[in-house]
Design a protein around this ligand. Structure first.
Ligand SMILES: *[C@@H]1O[C@H](CO)[C@@H](O)[C@H](O)[C@H]1NC(C)=O
Ligand SMILES: *[C@@H]1O[C@H](CO)[C@@H](O)[C@H](O)[C@H]1NC(C)=O
Ligand SMILES: *[C@@H]1O[C@H](CO)[C@@H](O)[C@H](O)[C@H]1NC(C)=O
Ligand SMILES: *[C@@H]1O[C@H](CO)[C@@H](O)[C@H](O)[C@H]1NC(C)=O
Length: 786
């Protein structure tokens, strides 16, 4: 999203919040009664509370229909935008659809009244940016985080300091190109990982139970939104912007890369919101795509909820994309495609004339309003006073609690990835490290820890502050004026480095280098950072430790290959407690277990245009393909890579089936193909029978306890050429093991889902041949006959 107004106030606010170590306590309310949040159907107002739409004994369906039937055309139109007007005669207050909660309740830039943080509640728990949280490969952690975010959001609402309970998170687009400025917001490049993240996040924030139960009438703690639907992963690259970019996506890539996370988000997560993206896909603007919004999401996946446009996306359809011939056609296109609410003013401005010109009928509008009011009702906003309902007991004491802040620390610990540890430099000894030099432009900037779409944190601990708590004699120099590092204070930094037992360099990127509307044009460290690092490493007494703060990958081969750089940590943007987690890992109070959720490409990868959406390689033209599933070129670090202070060994102890013969499994008649069968033809019953349970024994062979995510991949005998992924993730589970302890993890693999790939026309197929379950260096063959 982009802000409607200038962004300065927020940025100023964030800097104020975070430049120093601020501990903001929710101010004590001087009143016993805080202002009530806005709600409808107050029992104290008999003239409105007697309407059927206020009757909690009726279904949401009936209530929403009743409400919509009472509105005039002008009132209806006023509800089609994110700032939905109050309808005082029916006791309905103003509603703001736009709020943000990507990794903590956040401020939406330029939005009035969503969540303002300008009253008595000034902060919320700020978790690591999503790309780092994803690196923990821990679905339960993601669920717990989202649950806390939903709890804090509801508490802020109950305190009368938020209006919106519809949050436009998570961002589940595939991190297709390493240059994408918003890749940091996503769980990475893998569709299975991204889908599982989506499900955990949505269930957690919406208040579902992980066992799949749902509360009566689909009641929501707060509402989540799967965005940006679909194939949106370019912001602004060499003059190509997201507002006019037409993504050419093959049916094949659509089916097995771009759509699966959205399918999971809707089918398993039961998200109550979807956002259609700015861009066009194969010539059609996403928000005007009936096949996408209505046929696929609502029809095939059973989506129940509302669909919003990205902000101002509707105005682009006629004005910039020239897809519609007039304002009224654009309005008709989106309403008939199945979009329900427009972030912006466009539908408020042009719907009336679209109706007058006969391009839109009132029933098109009613369809949208039904979806919109159903979600507001599921949020409990039409049930009278919130204090008498579920979640009504949450309040200021549920925000920034010690438990929530511990979870933010736990998430940072879980995600941070150890990329290099030559000669076991790390962990440093707490007792023997007498002095430390901390150098780098990212060592002591609190706001950099937060990434984008952040709210004001409860408190922050920078890497410098975290390290100082271990070593009293710690000295700091930023090395450069900022991450751009146009000039480096090399001689001062070198002098400092020479004076200390150990040197920790905290380098990388920040939101000025990668963010919304800002894709990178290279994959290297900005300015003089690399030469600064190398000079310091050369001068230091011992090999140095390099900590990288960045969302997207950076080609740091120079550091990987430099013997004077002994340890490298990737810490993403690690959230409010990030500096503490980094220090704990450096000094061995936590054993790192994170694994990269994305490929770190060499810098030459930028030779392919960011606009080329193809996932699969094209050897004839030298196109290398994208992500670990298809790209077979050189890598700086690969997907799933991550070291720890201990060693784990794996062994398959049992696999329930090693031969899958779909000829005998399948009972129905089906077409004969040579070598492959479509998943649809196998049928759900046979798919169920084909499920494979695999038990893997894991042993911690080292000397330190650790939490370790075990990644299970599928590798194919590569007959299918570039059409099949080289390998693909089929499951992940974490296991916590003490030194020398053995444990086991069980995976349930569903061949129809996990062993299939899309064919050219987008149908999912399974091929005959040997496939291998792979964990670490262990492989288990499964022979498939169709
Ligand atoms: C907070 O900001 C909103 C506008 O975003 C304003 O309506 C409200 O009065 C403000 N509250 C306080 C306590 O300043
Ligand atoms: C809608 O109309 C208002 C008032 O005329 C105008 O300021 C605004 O720019 C318009 N917005 C859009 C998206 O059409
Ligand atoms: C750093 O570089 C970026 C990208 O060139 C630029 O937009 C930004 O303004 C620079 N920041 C400073 C503080 O100079
Ligand atoms: C783990 O195993 C690797 C490869 O066998 C070895 O180089 C490394 O030293 C081991 N690390 C530990 C902590 O035992």
């Amino acid at each position: 999203m982009r802000g409607f107004t200038h962004t300065t106030p927020l940025i100023t606010a964030l800097i104020t919040y975070s430049l120093t170590l601020v501990i903001i306590k929710a101010a004590q309310s001087t009143h016993d009664h805080h202002p009530l949040p806005p709600f409808s159907c107050a029992s104290t107002n008999p003239s409105t509370s007697s309407y059927p739409f206020c009757d909690v004994h009726l279904s949401v369906h009936d209530r929403a229909r009743d409400l919509v039937s009472r509105l005039t055309l002008d009132e209806k139109i006023s509800q089609l935008i994110n700032k939905a007007s109050a309808i005082p005669r029916l006791g309905i207050p103003y509603y703001q659809w736009w709020s943000e909660a990507l990794h903590g309740v956040a401020v939406a830039i330029g939005v009035e009244n969503g969540v303002s943080f300008n009253g008595t509640i000034r902060a919320a728990t700020s978790f690591p940016q999503v790309i780092l949280t994803a690196a923990a490969f821990d679905a339960d952690l993601w669920y717990q985080i989202a649950k806390v975010i939903g709890t804090e959001a509801r508490a802020i609402y109950n305190e009368g300091e938020a209006i919106g309970m519809t949050f436009w998170s998570p961002n589940i687009n595939i991190f297709r190109d390493p240059r994408w400025g918003r890749g940091q917001e996503t769980p990475g490049e893998d569709p299975l990982l991204t889908g599982k993240y989506a499900v955990s996040f949505v269930r957690g924030i919406q208040g579902d139970s992980f066992e799949g139960g749902s509360l009566k009438d689909g009641r929501l703690q707060v509402s989540a939104c799967c965005k940006h639907f679909t194939a949106y992963d370019l912001d602004n690259w060499k003059g190509v912007d997201r507002f006019t970019f037409d993504a050419h996506v093959t049916k094949q890539d659509m089916a097995d890369t771009f759509q699966p996370p959205f399918k999971s988000c809707v089918e398993e997560g039961r998200a109550s919101g979807i956002m259609c993206a700015y861009n066009l896909v194969n010539g059609v603007p996403n928000c005007a795509d009936y096949n996408l919004l209505t046929k696929t999401a609502r029809g095939e996946w059973g989506f129940q909820g509302y669909i919003t446009s990205d902000c101002d996306a509707v105005s682009l359809i006629y004005e910039k994309q020239k897809y519609a011939k007039s304002h009224e056609d654009a309005v008709a296109d989106v309403l008939k495609a199945g979009m329900d609410v427009n972030c912006g003013l466009y539908l408020a401005n042009h719907t009336k004339s679209a109706v007058e010109q006969g391009k839109v009928s009132e029933s098109d509008i009613d369809r949208a309003l039904y979806n919109l009011f159903s979600v507001r009702m599921r949020l409990g906003l039409f049930n009278g006073s919130p204090s008498e309902q579920s979640y009504g007991n949450l309040g200021r004491n549920d925000i920034c609690t010690p438990e929530h802040q511990d979870l933010a620390l736990e998430a940072a610990r879980g995600g941070i990835v150890l990329l290099k540890n030559s000669a076991k430099l790390l962990p440093l000894s707490k007792s023997k490290t007498k002095s430390l030099a901390v150098i780098g432009p990212n060592a002591n900037v609190a706001k950099t820890l937060l990434g984008n779409y952040a709210g004001p944190p409860c408190k922050t601990i920078t890497p410098l502050e975290g390290l100082m708590s271990y070593v009293k004699k710690t000295k700091f120099h930023p090395g450069c004026e900022d991450v751009n590092c146009t000039s480096a204070a090399t001689s001062q930094a070198v002098k400092l480095a020479k004076s200390a037992d150990y040197v920790i360099l905290v380098m990388g990127l920040n939101q000025e280098r990668e963010s919304e509307e800002l894709d990178r044009e290279d994959l290297v460290l900005p300015g003089q950072q690399q030469s600064l690092i190398t000079s310091i490493a050369k001068a230091a007494k011992k090999p140095v430790v390099l900590v990288m703060l960045c969302g997207g990958p950076v080609d740091i081969s120079f550091a990987k290959n430099d013997p004077k750089i002994g340890g490298i940590l990737w810490a993403g943007y690690p959230g409010e407690a990030g500096g503490k987690a980094i220090a704990e890992i450096i000094f061995g109070d936590h054993n790192p277990g994170g694994r990269l959720p994305l490929t770190w490409y060499p810098k030459d990868f930028i030779n392919i245009p960011m606009t080329d959406m193809r996932m699969r390689s094209d050897p004839s033209s030298g196109y290398p393909g994208r992500t670990y599933r298809f790209y077979q070129g050189e890598k700086v670090f690969e997907f799933g890579y991550g070291l720890s202070y201990t060693n784990y060994s794996y062994k398959f102890v049992s696999v329930s089936q090693s031969k899958l013969d779909f000829k005998t499994l399948s009972t129905t008649d089906r077409p004969e193909h040579s070598g492959y069968i479509s998943v649809a033809d196998i049928g759900s019953e046979s798919c169920e029978k084909a499920k494979v349970s695999a038990v893997v024994k894991v042993e911690n062979e080292g000397k330190m306890a650790g939490k370790h995510p075990v990644l299970l991949f599928l590798r194919r005998d590569h007959k299918g050429g570039n059409a099949s992924p080289v390998k693909q993730l089929v499951g992940f589970q974490k296991v916590s093991l003490n030194a020398k302890q053995k444990g086991s993890v069980e995976f349930e693999v569903s061949p129809c889902e996990h062993f299939s790939r899309a064919s050219k026309d987008g149908t999912l197929v399974i091929e005959s041949g040997d496939q291998y379950l792979v964990v670490g260096d262990q492989e288990y063959p499964i022979s498939i006959n169709v």
